[in-house]
Design a protein around this ligand. Structure first.
Ligand SMILES: NC(=O)NCCC[C@H](N)C(=O)O
Length: 408
């Protein structure tokens, strides 16, 4: 069952990705293009991720893995064929001869292995050797080494999609490095029984899809309540995408009656809304103090004639209070009241908390000051290790896409 109508109700099921071989294909040369600042150590990052997944399971949350779901649908011959073609088109392989060689190679694989290749990529030398083709790229060491690029950011499953109510947003990713992540999610939506509509014949509603083109990423989507979704306008999510999503939510079978737009500075350190603000309890958020004066707010509502009204707002506290229909809300500043600590810990995702239930969140243990501040405010903090996980610039919220949360 797929249903998320809030940020903090008991987490019942979640989609994650265990970091894999794709990270061993990160090289210093492609770090920036692949949206990393450093190269994680695979053995250790996996241990850390396993601990994260175990932390969720121990609390009763069912954990689904991208690789497993993808392998499930690839066992179907017809799906396998169209997906191979779509992946090759997404990778812009133009030569017919080359495309045929890669297609033949991939079609000979078991579903498990093919799922692995779709995620971790395909090196040029692997194909050229097998196909016995003499290709210019094997003579030029500077040439790009992959036919299928590794999805190094897939372990941040928050971003390729988001469940809103009983439907799914499949993101239109801003950067080429992450495009194929949402292609995979779209396939899972279209073919996996997990996304079957319990009410009808087909699959659950799609609020957004990659072919909508205007960029929108899941880290910018916060489900405040069954009626209100907050959407970050950020380096990754643009104004047109937000408007289109709002139109679909207002006119489709969702309970959403308001989109609260929170525009944050368009910088690398806070690429999504959830890198600077997350919800930790019914009336409580944690926020990176530096952005408090740097955000702009807008309320989008449906008009009677099927359009959207846009109202600029001034204060974050007041807007959240109104949107949540609460007498007061609390904003807990990360960093424990010290600007330098706040900036350092935000860089390591102190503000990117994942709620397990109201007032209980998962965070990285390294963000000592921010975790202490949360505890002092009465929040239960469940710490995980993040020495390697953090190198991709994402925290526990980024590493999870909730599929089901208890209603509150
Ligand atoms: N929601 C998030 O903030 N996700 C973190 C994404 C980090 C990834 N390296 C990226 O730049 O897209």
């Amino acid at each position: 069952m797929i249903n998320v109508t809030n940020e903090i109700g008991t987490l019942q099921s979640v989609l994650v990705h265990r970091p894999g071989r794709e990270l061993e294909r990160l090289t210093p040369r492609y770090l920036e293009e692949m949206l990393f600042e450093d190269i994680p150590w695979l053995k250790k990052i996996r241990e850390e991720h396993d601990l994260f997944a175990e932390t969720l399971s121990k609390r009763g949350c069912k954990v689904y893995y991208y690789h497993d779901l993808l392998a499930d649908i690839l066992r179907e011959e017809a799906v396998c064929r169209v997906m191979i073609d779509d992946v090759l088109s997404a990778c812009r392989i133009g030569s017919t001869l080359l495309k045929e060689s890669i297609r033949d190679y991939l079609r000979g694989m078991e579903a498990e292995r093919l799922a692995e290749v779709f995620i971790s990529g395909l090196e040029k030398k692997e194909i050229d050797r097998l196909a016995g083709q003499s290709r210019l790229s094997s003579y030029i060491r500077e040439a790009y080494p992959f036919y299928i690029n590794p999805l190094t950011n897939l372990y941040f499953t928050r971003d390729p999609g988001a469940v809103i109510d009983s439907g799914l947003v499949v993101s239109a990713m801003k950067t080429p490095a992450r495009n194929r992540e949402s292609l995979i999610l779209q396939y899972l939506h279209d073919y996996h029984p997990l996304f079957a509509d319990p009410q009808g014949e087909g699959q659950i509603p799609l609020w957004y899809k990659p072919s909508d083109l205007d960029s929108i990423e899941g880290g910018d989507i916060l489900m405040l309540s069954p009626e209100v979704v907050a959407v970050g306008c950020s380096a990754r999510t643009g104004t047109e995408g937000i408007e289109r999503l709002a139109e679909r939510l207002f006119s489709g079978p969702s309970g959403i009656q308001e989109v609260l737009v929170i525009q944050i500075p368009f910088v690398r350190a806070f690429m999504h809304l959830d890198t600077v603000i997350t919800m930790v309890d019914r009336d409580t958020f944690t926020i990176f103090p530096d952005i408090r004066e740097k955000i702009a707010l807008f309320r989008l509502k449906p008009t009677k004639r099927g359009g959207i009204s846009i109202s600029p707002l001034d204060s974050l506290e007041k807007s959240l209070k109104e949107s949540l229909k609460l007498p007061a809300i609390r904003l807990i500043e990360s960093g424990g009241g010290d600007d330098l600590t706040a900036a350092r810990e935000q860089w390591n995702d102190s503000t990117n908390t994942l709620a397990l239930e109201p007032g209980v969140v998962v965070t990285y243990d390294r963000n000592v000051a921010s975790n202490d501040t949360l505890r002092a405010a009465g929040i239960e903090v469940v710490e995980i290790e993040g020495s390697e996980l953090v190198r991709g610039r994402g925290g526990p919220r980024c590493m999870s896409m909730p599929l089901q949360r208890e209603a509150i």
